[in-house]
Design a protein around this ligand. Structure first.
Ligand SMILES: NC(=O)c1ccc[n+]([C@@H]2O[C@H](COP(=O)([O-])OP(=O)(O)OC[C@H]3O[C@@H](n4cnc5c(N)ncnc54)[C@H](OP(=O)(O)O)[C@@H]3O)[C@@H](O)[C@H]2O)c1
Length: 234
């Protein structure tokens, strides 16, 4: 299988890369900004699994985001069975101190980048029955418990959840399935930054294990669904 994972250098994305790379039949492509960490991960996958993962370096905050995504996918020129839009940026700050830059950056990483990746995948790089999994957040789910400081982040994840529903409808004749996993907490650097001192009972590995299984099997059962994956609040 061919798998595309964004934000693979750390946290849940890194654990996902390790899970997929453990099967040598999988070609794992990772979009990341962090060359140093990706070189280490490439080496780890080679030594542990004899699987050479492919890293493409894109900062989703670049001015040429659409071109960069197109260029990277064209270079790889592969049809993907699974696409996991995992990269995310969290801004935690009081609403009254929010700047336009915060809104633009959050939406660019959490919404525009997956939007453009999904557009390119649907146009040219989707294998039969391709499963696109957008990684959302409980904060982006209507009616969920909300937390002060997370207005921009949660709104951008809500946009991603809504996009999931729209794409599932618009792409339904293509065989591509699009779902959104609205994550509760998992112990990563991001969680630590958002909720210092809070310890999640869910490890990044546990969360990745669920996303891994879901992405491989649940396109037969779900399309256009926003699925909460949370054992606690947050
Ligand atoms: N951890 C939680 O409790 C939790 C809860 C709800 C939702 N989530 C969601 O789950 C996903 C993974 O989160 P995590 O906790 O593993 O976070 P993390 O450790 O902070 O990892 C986030 C990844 O996003 C990528 N990223 C951030 N800004 C980027 C940019 N400008 N361009 C390209 N990539 C960028 C980073 O990739 P590189 O460094 O490789 O470039 C990083 O690997 C995110 O979408 C997050 O919103 C997490």
């Amino acid at each position: 299988m061919n798998i595309l994972i964004t934000g693979g250098s750390r946290g849940i994305g890194r654990e996902l890369v390790l899970l997929f790379a453990a099967n040598t039949n999988n070609k794992v492509v990772v979009f990341s900004r962090n060359q140093e960490k990706m070189k280490e991960l490439e080496q780890e996958c080679l030594e542990k699994f004899n699987n050479l993962i492919v890293s493409e370096y894109i900062d989703f905050l670049t001015n040429n985001l659409e071109d960069e995504i197109e260029k990277a996918l064209k270079k790889i020129n592969t049809s993907f069975n699974v696409v996991i839009n995992n990269a995310g940026q969290l801004i935690n700050g009081p609403f009254l101190q929010t700047e336009v830059k915060d809104i633009e950056e959050s939406f660019k990483v959490n919404f525009t980048a997956p939007y453009l990746i999904n557009k390119n995948i649907a146009a040219k790089y989707a294998a039969t029955n391709c499963h696109i999994v957008n990684i959302g957040s409980m904060g982006g789910v209507q009616g969920s418990v909300k937390f002060p400081g997370l207005s921009v982040y949660s709104a951008s994840k809500a946009a991603l959840a809504n996009l999931t529903e729209c794409l599932a409808e618009e792409l339904k004749e293509t065989g591509i399935k699009v779902n959104c996993l609205a994550l509760g907490s998992a112990q990563t650097e991001m969680l630590h930054e958002a909720f210092p001192g809070y310890e999640s009972p869910v490890s990044a590995k546990d969360m990745a294990q669920f996303i891994y299984q879901f992405s491989l099997t649940c396109n037969k059962l779900f399309n256009g669904k926003i699925i909460p994956v949370a054992i606690t609040t947050p």
